[in-house]
Design a protein around this ligand. Structure first.
Ligand code: NAD
Length: 364
C-alpha cells in the first residue's frame, strides 16, 4: 500500500432534525454574530430562524443556481456590516458555495472580482463557515471547493478558507426537493464517489466511502425520485452525498466533472445533469481493474452494469442524453474546452481532445 496523508477537518452532525442543533453548534465555536445565506426555497424558514437564533444578524436569501459572484459579494458586505464571525450556508451547493466564498472575502478590502480572478490572495483571517445541505448532491459541506459564476464564466476555486468548520446534515431538509433535482443531485453524488475513487490521486480511506456511497445511491435513488417523502431513502441519500463529498474532498474529481463545466457554460445544463451527460460514457472509457473492484464492492457485477444503471436513471428522469437535445453543437470546440479543463489531468486514462471528440460524436 502507498503512503498517504489523510485529513478531514469538518465537525459533522448527521440526523433527522439536526438543524435544531444550529444554536448549539454556533456556541461550540464561540460564534455570537453570523450571516445566514440561502436560496429562495428556504427564505421563509430563514426568517423564522433569524427570529429564533439571536446570533443570526442578517440573511441573504437570493442565491440562484450557478451562484453569481455578486451574491457572495453582497453576503460578505452584510457580514462586514454586522461584524459577523461566521457565515452559515443553508441550501443546495449554490448556497453553500456562496457562503464559503463570502466567508473567505469578508475580512478583505479588495474588489471581490480580484479575489475571484486570483489577482490578490484571499485574506488570511477568513470567517468560519457552517454548511447545512438541503440537497443530496454536492458534498460541498465537507470540501474546500467553491464553484462561483461571474457572468457566463463558472470557476471552481479551491482554497483552505472554504473548508467548513461544521456541517449539519439533516435529511428532513431534503424532503421538499423535486423529483428532477433529486435525480440530478443523486447522480452528482454518485459521480463524486466514482470520480474520487478513480482520480489519479486516489487514497485508501476515501475508497471505503466511495464504495458505500455507490451502493447506497444505487439502492435508493429511484425510490426517492418516485416518492420524495420516503424517509429511509432520503436519509440514505443524504448520508451517501456526504460520503461522496468525503470521497473526492482530497482526491478531486476527474473527466466527468471536467466535461460538466463546458456543458453547463455553453449549453446551460444544471450541474448534476451536466455530470450525468457523459457519466456512463466515461465509466466505459475508464473501465479498468480498479473500477471493476469498486463496482464489485458496491454489489454490482462490474463496470458495464454501473454504466447501464446510470443510463437507466437518466432515462427514468428524462434527462438529456444526446447532443441533438442541446442544440447546435460543435464537437471539436466542446471537446477542446473539456480537454483544457484542469480536472481532466486527474483522469486515470489520458483523454485528449481527439478522444473526447469521438466520445461526443457517439452521443450525437
Ligand atoms: P442548487 O443549490 O443549485 O439547487 C438547485 C435548485 O433546488 C435551486 O432552485 C434550489 O433553490 C432548489 N432547492 C435546494 N434545496 C431544496 C429543497 N430542500 N427543497 C426545494 N428546493 C430546493 O443545486 P445543487 O445541485 O445542490 O448545487 C449545484 C451547485 O453546486 C453547482 O454550482 C455546482 O457546480 C456546485 N458544486 C459544488 C461542489 C463543491 O464541492 N463545492 C461540488 C459539486 C457541485
Amino acid at each position: 500500500m502507498d503512503n498517504f496523508v489523510y485529513a478531514q477537518p469538518v465537525r459533522i452532525r448527521f440526523g433527522e432534525g439536526c438543524l435544531l442543533a444550529l444554536p448549539e453548534v454556533l456556541k461550540e465555536f464561540g460564534i455570537e454574530r453570523c450571516v445566514l445565506v440561502c436560496g429562495r426555497h428556504f427564505a421563509a424558514r430563514a426568517e423564522v430562524l433569524q427570529q429564533e437564533i439571536p446570533a443570526i444578524r442578517a440573511v441573504f436569501s437570493e442565491v440562484e443556481p450557478n451562484p453569481q459572484l455578486s451574491g457572495a459579494a453582497e453576503t460578505a458586505r452584510l457580514a462586514r456590516e454586522c461584524k459577523a464571525q461566521a457565515v452559515v450556508g443553508i441550501g443546495g451547493g449554490s448556497a453553500l458555495d456562496t457562503a464559503k466564498f463570502a466567508a473567505a472575502i469578508a475580512p478583505g478590502s479588495a474588489d471581490p472580482e480580484a479575489y475571484y480572478h486570483g489577482e490578490v490572495p484571499f485574506p488570511s483571517d477568513p470567517l468560519a463557515v457552517i454548511c447545512v445541505p438541503t440537497t443530496s448532491g454536492t458534498g460541498s459541506e465537507v470540501t474546500q471547493v467553491s464553484v462561483i459564476s461571474h457572468g457566463a464564466e463558472k470557476r471552481t476555486i479551491n482554497h483552505p478558507a472554504f473548508m467548513p468548520k461544521a456541517a449539519l446534515v439533516d435529511p428532513a431538509l431534503t424532503y421538499s426537493v423535486s423529483p428532477y433535482t433529486t435525480m440530478i443531485t443523486g447522480l452528482d453524488a454518485l459521480c463524486h464517489a466514482v470520480e474520487g475513487y478513480w482520480s489519479r490521486y486516489h487514497q485508501p480511506i476515501p475508497e471505503l466511502y466511495a464504495a458505500e456511497a455507490v451502493r447506497l445511491i444505487l439502492d435508493n435513488l429511484e425510490t426517492a425520485y418516485r416518492d420524495g417523502s420516503n424517509k429511509e431513502a432520503r436519509a440514505a441519500l443524504s448520508y451517501a452525498s456526504l460520503l461522496g463529498g468525503l470521497s473526492f474532498a482530497q482526491t478531486k474529481t476527474a473527466a466527468c466533472h471536467a466535461c460538466s463545466y463546458p456543458l453547463s457554460e455553453l449549453y446551460h445544463l444544471p450541474h448534476g445533469e451536466a455530470c450525468a451527460f457523459t457519466f456512463d460514457s466515461l465509466v466505459r472509457l475508464n473501465a479498468d481493474e480498479r473500477l471493476e473492484a469498486l463496482c464489485r464492492r458496491a454489489g454490482l457485477s462490474g463496470s458495464e452494469e454501473l454504466a447501464e444503471r446510470i443510463a437507466a436513471f437518466k432515462k427514468t428522469a428524462g434527462l438529456k442524453t444526446r447532443l441533438s437535445e442541446l442544440g447546435e453543437v460543435d464537437t471539436a470546440a466542446l471537446a477542446a474546452a473539456c480537454a483544457a479543463h484542469p480536472l481532466m489531468n486527474n483522469n486515470p486514462v489520458p483523454l485528449d481532445a481527439a478522444a473526447l471528440k469521438a466520445m461526443f460524436e457517439a452521443l450525437r
